[in-house]
Ligand binder design. Structure first.
Ligand SMILES: CC(=O)N[C@@H](CCC[C@H](N)C(=O)O)C(=O)O
Length: 379
């Protein structure tokens, strides 16, 4: 029977869940796995994630493919008739497709084993707080520690049938940023008897942008985005509290340290200038996605010669991915997979082309088969 990727993706699209709460998602994946011949694979759960080892015919290596599982706190506005059933949550970063492709690739190798064992990593909490790092140090993962690890991420800006990647750094270092401001509230008509945290927070947002513009070498790339501001209680009450929530992206850890140092100095300035208290929390931090140069080069060459996808050598992006933690210890790479939609990742209207999944499944099954043959020939 043909792998029902459209149905599976749509089922998963209906049930987006936040990081480490992917309970229905995990159980959906486990239900699907229970339909496959159990003698062909072993399975373990890790928190809300799943590890599946598909048996090879003469295994010398363990080659891993990783798919992320969580959704985002976005109210869906697509035209789909299979919209999210979880109010306020949406698969707006393609993880429904990543999981579906993971199952499709796994199913192929259950039915068509190759020499090597294959590990399928369904990883929770990519959007936050980060599932890769704790999974990487877990007993469950380390019992099945792979020799190579690979992943893809859908890319709205590339047409279906294209992939994009590069050797070395592909995605940025990230740090979440949460800043709380506490002043003195009061009556809107008596500003001189209060310390207004809406005004203080507004100054701080503007000053944060000056870190990028004035403290970082213009030839280096840094992003500071404040995605959420909260403050105050009512239109005629001076706000006692405000909170900024954002993210920092850098191409090096040195720039990250510098940016954080500048943010801390600016916070001190805001405290002095607005007679208030500030508190900073950096939440979760991801290391850069660094593609193993030799494996990436061989893959790009193989894909150009042997596959029917178009290969684009792209620039690095300021996106983050905790897959970077796997790549910091295990050779592999991540590539963008064209999904052709006018709305970007994290947009409430994103509608990636479902044909993308068939392209991804075909490409990855062919590549992993080739990789295993290559490695066995040279062993
Ligand atoms: C591919 C993608 O969009 N990843 C997320 C990762 C988020 C990391 C963390 N929660 C943060 O906001 O810093 C991204 O926003 O790039």
């Amino acid at each position: 029977m043909a792998f029902p990727y459209t149905q599976i993706r749509r089922d998963l699209h209906r049930i987006p869940e936040p990081g480490f709460q992917e309970f229905k998602t995990q159980s959906y994946l486990l239900d699907y796995l229970s339909t496959l011949p159990s003698e062909r694979f072993e399975l373990k759960t890790w928190r809300t994630g799943i590890l599946v080892k598909v048996k090879g015919l003469a295994p010398k290596r363990l080659i891993a493919w990783r798919a992320d599982m969580d959704g985002l706190p976005i109210r869906e506005e697509t035209s789909y008739d299979f919209q999210s059933e979880h109010e306020g949550f949406m698969h707006a970063c393609g993880h429904d497709m990543h999981m579906t492709m993971g199952l499709g690739i796994l199913t192929h190798f259950v039915e068509n084993p190759i020499a090597d064992d294959l590990l399928f990593v369904f990883q929770p909490a990519e959007e936050g707080p980060g599932g890769a790092l704790p999974m990487l140090s877990s007993e469950e993962f380390n019992e099945w520690r792979p020799d190579y690890i690979f992943a893809c991420h859908i890319a709205p800006e590339y047409p279906v049938g294209t992939i994009a990647l590069k050797e070395g750094i592909l995605f940025a270092n990230t740090s979440e940023l949460f800043m709380d401001l506490k002043g003195l509230g009061g009556h809107a008509a008596y500003p001189h008897r209060a310390n207004d945290m809406v005004v203080a927070a507004s100054h701080l947002v503007t000053q944060l942008q000056s870190v990028v513009a004035r403290n970082i070498d213009p030839l280096d790339s840094v992003v500071i985005t404040v995605g959420k501001i909260e403050g105050g209680t009512k239109q005629n009450i001076i706000a006692e509290n405000a909170r900024l929530e954002g993210t920092i992206r850098t191409m090096s850890m040195e720039s990250m340290a510098k940016v954080k140092g500048r943010i801390e100095a600016l916070a001190k300035g805001i405290e002095a200038g607005f007679e208030c208290k500030t508190a900073i929390d950096y939440g979760s931090n991801y290391c850069q996605v660094y593609n193993d140069p030799a494996l990436t080069r061989d893959f790009m060459e193989w894909a150009r010669e042997e596959s029917d996808v178009q290969v684009i050598e792209c620039k690095e992006a300021m996106t983050g991915e905790d897959f970077g933690y796997f790549l910091s210890e295990i050779p592999g790479f991540l590539f963008w997979l064209g999904a052709d939609t006018p709305y970007g990742l994290h947009h409430s209207r994103i509608e990636p082309s479902e044909r993308t999944m068939q392209v991804g499944i075909n490409l990855v099954t062919q590549y992993l088969t080739w990789l295993s043959q290559q490695a066995n020939q040279s062993a």
